[in-house]
Ligand binder design. Structure first.
Ligand code: ADP
Ligand code: MG
Length: 254
């Protein structure tokens, strides 16, 4: 006889949970329904890749998940917190303390050094980042010797690694990245993505990444394909050949 089951802790809330999420944008005299009712739950600590044709709503999905955009309907829960119930400063503070975001365009402040850019969340009110962790996060992205440089003195790959370090520095529960290597050459892109994956895994973070690259998606735990405003396919640990097959199938049915 075992008592284990009755003492098992309750399941952890999903890192991200979408329930009936819809998003429409006005377009002239009509509206475009970009997300048409998305239901999905992303497990804590997992790495999920989002794929789909250009215009399929990948950025809209990510922006709704990260509280950068508000759904037209449905709810978005991050670590059990309903983002759609937060407004203004409360939403800003939640994003700052619990979420990291890496943009394709890096979004570094040009007049701040690398170290200052990484500390930016604390300038905006996040709890202090211990000096040892500041050094470690710079080392994790391979930029220990660049702390006092300005963004203009860095290559694209280095700049994006600063943005990754900044997204990781506050140890957010979830890191979102929207085609973070879209502006980099393939070799640098592979290196930067490797840094992002390894550091997120090391810190135990949930990673949600939009990518066009099947070989990148093939290293994810799960790949979600957006098409027609819904999740058209949901694959667990697919290989690159399977991903490419699914992508070409989706483009045929569009
Ligand atoms: P993806 O990232 O997959 O390329 P997006 O989420 O950026 O797709 O865009 C999906 C659709 O929503 C596109 O048709 C785009 O024009 C439209 N869209 C996105 N953001 C806005 C906006 N702020 N206002 C109006 N239309 C938008
Ligand atoms: Mg996009």
């Amino acid at each position: 006889m075992s008592f284990t089951a009755s003492y098992a802790p309750p399941p952890a809330p999903a890192a991200v949970r979408f329930t009936g999420v819809r998003k429409s944008f006005p377009d002239g005299d009509h509206v475009v329904d970009v997300l048409r009712g998305i239901d999905v739950s992303i497990a804590q600590g997992s790495f999920t890749a989002i794929m789909g044709a250009s215009g399929s709503g990948k950025s809209t999905f990510l922006n709704c998940a990260a509280g950068l955009d508000t759904p037209s309907g449905g709810s978005v829960l991050v670590g059990g917190q309903d983002l759609t119930a937060l407004r203004g400063d409360a939403l800003t503070a939640f994003r700052r303390d619990h979420l990291g975001f890496v943009f394709q365009s890096y979004n570094l402040l040009p007049h701040l050094t690398v170290a200052e850019n990484i500390l930016l969340p604390t300038l905006l009110g996040a709890p202090p980042i211990p000096a040892a962790w500041q050094r470690e996060v710079l080392a994790l992205v391979g930029l220990s010797d660049k702390a006092q440089r300005l963004p203009g003195e860095l290559s694209g790959g280095q700049a994006q690694r600063v943005a990754i370090a900044r997204a990781l520095a506050t140890k957010p529960a979830v890191v979102f990245a929207d085609e973070p290597t879209g502006a980099l050459d393939p070799h640098t892109a592979a290196h930067v993505l490797d840094v992002l994956r390894r550091t997120a895994a090391q810190v135990g973070q949930t990673l949600v990444l939009v990518t066009h690259d099947a070989s990148v998606a093939a290293s994810a735990d799960r790949v979600l394909f957006l098409s027609g405003g819904v999740i058209a396919s949901d694959l667990h640990r697919p290989d690159a050949a399977h991903i490419n097959q699914r992508l070409s199938h989706l483009s045929e049915v569009r």
